[in-house]
Design a protein around this ligand. Structure first.
Ligand code: NA7
Length: 546
């Protein structure tokens, strides 16, 4: 208690948190429950994080709604009922507003405010944070809750400024209705966002031209209303659900088959794939080696290609839509009538990788190698500078005046300790940061694990009069090497994707996700804590220990 009084004098807040999405909201709540003070900053005018910005028509989450929320509170889980198996964006945004209201979080959030600079004061062991409204605040802890996908990527295509029509990016969609009726619309990009948006635009556009660089694997989502009995049962057994989620590799309570694809006959494989396709079930739990065995992967990939050939009537279009890399190594998509959309007369597909690369945007549309496509509207569904983009777009200055961006540029590659902590940046934590399981798990579950670990770490610091905690460079090197080694045992690293940084021009390549599963990751993090924060240097007011 004395310690708390001293600190209150030293800084404005115990913690400053960036981002008012899932991560920032839970972090704020958790610290407040510990009796600490925290301030959240977000550039938006309301809560939601990525779900505040991603409001393009068709935007859905590809994790099942009943698992896509907080499980730490019975009150929260039981007080909310999802309408559909996969929730649409407006419902997720409503959910996050419900969380903010129920936990009374808004009073500690400053909206419409960007953190411009956060600088660590080595003498005082505090963070000094400067924001876009000119204020400077201090805090003992600085925590990033900005997530992996918030720095949107509008590709640098010559001529965009000349375009006379409307243009949008899916990740920064306007709050007013965008009307496609009777318009010639071009969509550039066919990742998750493009594949969700395209069927919606096609419904009312005069003509939709899809500019595809890389075809993507997608399997039907099978979205449908949720049965009350099923939801009630989950609510009644929340603790079991939470344990199952946190002790699974994916953060969802799916049991993965112990079989290899190759253990089954072609008939048995086909039966399982057909059932998954028809019912909208995920493919990965069907076998244990889809992402590690080339032959197994090719069998699944060929099944999806065969389906594309069956669904899409025009075989030239079908061929263009067939991916030729490993299934699932770019983020796999769950869609609603994506391939069917190419059977509409008002939809055409342009292959901008092999057949006609985009040369420029003109005042009237998009010019490719083969000619000009006249458009009234261009939509960039071109994704994000993922994993690291949102952490380096402001000045995050650690010890010796070095920014995180400089640290990562000067080092051989991005390097973190557990994806949570960063050598040279004491008392700074990242929630679902690079080299944690993050985007290949159910993200709210990964967030819960991180927030709870960080909260415990902070409690440990408060209880033990610790001024600063910092990841050791050696521990960091070891963790990064372990992450790389794990990734190299999978097929992920064999495909260029936003997972590897390949979607951003000039971005250094590296696979920045821990692929060993959330369950194993949690064990490792817990062991680090149980061993007195192994791999961290700890500084009390009088001395440093390792
Ligand atoms: P993604 O998955 O990164 O998809 C972006 C798409 O845009 C993808 O098809 C890219 O092709 C394409 N792209 C990017 N730059 C260009 C240029 N310059 N020209 C043509 N096409 C381009 O982003 P999403 O928003 O769809 O999804 C991100 C995640 O959000 C998603 O995985 C979920 O986790 C939620 P490429 O494949 O790079 O050749």
């Amino acid at each position: 208690m004395n310690n708390k009084k001293q600190r209150d004098k030293k800084t404005d807040f115990d913690a400053v948190i960036t981002g008012a999405g899932f991560a920032g909201l839970y972090m704020l709540h958790s610290l407040r429950e510990q009796g600490l003070t925290a301030r959240v900053y977000d550039t938006a005018d309301n809560v939601g994080g990525v779900w505040y910005w991603n409001r393009y028509p068709g935007a859905h989450c590809d994790s099942e709604a009943v698992y896509y929320g907080f499980t730490f509170s019975e009150e929260l889980y039981k007080g909310w009922t999802w309408s559909k198996r996969y929730a649409p964006q407006p419902e997720i945004l409503d959910y996050l507003n419900y969380v903010a209201d129920t936990l009374d979080l808004r009073k500690d959030i400053k909206f419409n405010t960007r953190v411009n600079t956060a600088e660590f004061d080595e003498e005082k062991n505090i963070w000094r944070i400067e924001t876009s409204n000119g204020s400077v605040v201090t805090a003992k802890y600085f925590i990033s809750g900005v997530g992996c996908l918030s720095a949107s990527n509008v590709p640098n295509i010559k001529g965009l400024a000349e375009f006379k029509g409307e243009w949008y990016h899916t990740g920064r969609w306007p709050h007013t209705k965008v009307d496609f009726t009777g318009k010639r619309v071009g969509v550039i990009g066919t990742g998750s966002s493009g594949m969700q948006l395209i069927p919606e635009v096609a419904k009312t556009a005069d003509h939709l031209t899809v500019f595809q660089r890389t075809p993507q694997y997608t399997t039907p989502a099978g979205n449908r209303p949720l049965e009350k009995e099923y939801v009630d049962e989950l609510k009644a057994n929340l603790q079991q659900l939470r344990n199952d989620m946190l002790s699974s590799p994916s953060g969802q309570p799916f049991k993965r088959s112990p079989l290899s694809v190759l253990d089954d006959t072609p008939e048995a494989q086909n039966k399982k794939f057909e059932e998954a396709w028809e019912k909208g079930l995920p493919f990965f739990p069907l076998y244990n080696d889809i992402l590690t065995n080339e032959k197994s992967n090719e069998i699944v990939a060929e099944f999806v290609r065969k389906k594309i050939g069956e669904v899409v009537k025009d075989q030239d279009t079908a061929k263009k839509l067939m991916p030729n890399y490993y299934f699932g190594t770019k983020r796999p998509v769950r869609d609603s009538y994506y391939y069917e959309t190419f059977n509409r007369e008002n939809v055409s597909l342009v292959d901008v990788k092999y057949e006609e690369p985009i040369q420029e945007i003109t005042e009237n549309g998009v010019r490719t190698k083969k000619g000009e496509y006249e458009l009234d509207m261009i939509i960039f569904a071109t994704g994000y500078d993922a994993m690291t983009g949102s952490l380096i777009k402001f000045d995050l200055i650690g010890k010796d005046g070095i920014t995180l961006k400089e640290k990562w540029e000067n080092g051989a590659s991005v390097s973190t300790y557990l994806g949570i902590a960063h050598a040279g940046f004491p008392n700074f934590f990242t929630i679902t940061g690079p080299e944690s399981p993050s985007v290949i798990t159910n993200v709210p579950t990964a967030i819960e694990q991180h927030v709870e670990w960080i909260s415990k770490c902070i409690q440990y610091m408060e209880d033990n009069l610790i001024e600063a905690i910092e990841a050791d460079s050696e521990a960091e090197k070891g963790w990064s090497a372990h992450c790389r080694e794990m990734a190299e045992s999978t097929l992920y690293v064999k495909t260029e994707s936003w997972y590897t940084g390949a979607n951003i021009e000039g971005k250094p390549r590296g696979f920045l996700i821990y692929v060993g599963g959330l369950n194993n990751y949690k064990k490792i993090c817990d062991e680090v804590a149980e061993n007195g924060y192994k791999g961290f240097s700890i500084k009390t007011s009088s001395h440093t220990t390792v």
